[in-house]
Each structure stands twice: as C-alpha cells, then as structure tokens.
Design a protein. Sequence first.
Length: 157
Amino acid sequence: MKIGGSMDCKIIVVRRKQEEFESVCDKIEEYIVKENLAKYGGTLRYSCLTYDADYLFLALVDNVPVGYCAVVKDYDSYYIYQIGVKKAFQQKGIGQAMMEQVMVLAASDNMDITAHVREYNENSKKLFTRLGFEKIGVEGDNGAYRYHQDTVAMGGR
C-alpha cells in the first residue's frame, strides 16, 4: 500500500510459533516503542511473550518497522492486545491497514474481535468505529492499569 503519496507500506504477519516471533518483538521494541520505554516502563518483548500474543502484525515502510499490532486468540474472539504506530507515521492509514489484516484473519476463523481503548484515546476510538466496531461498555480502572484510566471495550467482526 502507498502512504504519504510515495512511500510503500508492507504488512507482515508472524505467528507465535514461528521462529521469527522473537526477532519481530525485538524489531518492534527497537524501532517503535523504544522512545516510550522511559515514560511507561517495561518492554514490548515482555508483553508479547508473557501475554502470549498469538499473532504479530508488523508494518514496514522502506523495510523499517513503523507500526505493530499484537493479537491474542481468546476462546471465541481475537483480542487486540496492543496496536501502535510510530508518531511520524500516524494518521496515514497504517493502523487501519493492520486492522484490516486482523479482520481478514478473524473472518477466516469465524471469530469476533475485541479491544480495550483508553477513554482519552480519540484516534483509536475513531479507527475502531470507522472499521465497524461498536462500544460495548466502559470499564473503570480497578487498579490493573498503571495510570488508572477508564477503558472503552469495543467489539466487532
């Protein structure tokens, strides 16, 4: 897909059991979330491996990672555990392109998709709404979230 008029964006999908899974986690951490580690703490590697992401969707522009989506397969749905796009590449359709790939996967497996979005994250809420997701509830912070913010549960197919 073309973004910004001339840049090519490619989405690759890696399953947890594939050999490349850990190296993709490393690339995501190095190129995309490294700048946020000091602010939020932890590492994506820890998140991807500990929370058993079943699929990683990686967006590449000129073979450099600029976006990712970590997906966990639950009983009857795929849960969007994390999705992020490097700030310089936001609002260019990369998040939507990754989510469209997730939706193809979910449709082929006859699964629903769910996500929790921070209440203040208007861009993510707009993305999910544009893709046909509906708000299915608001969950108050029960201490599980580091910054104690409500999240919007969203679901769709």
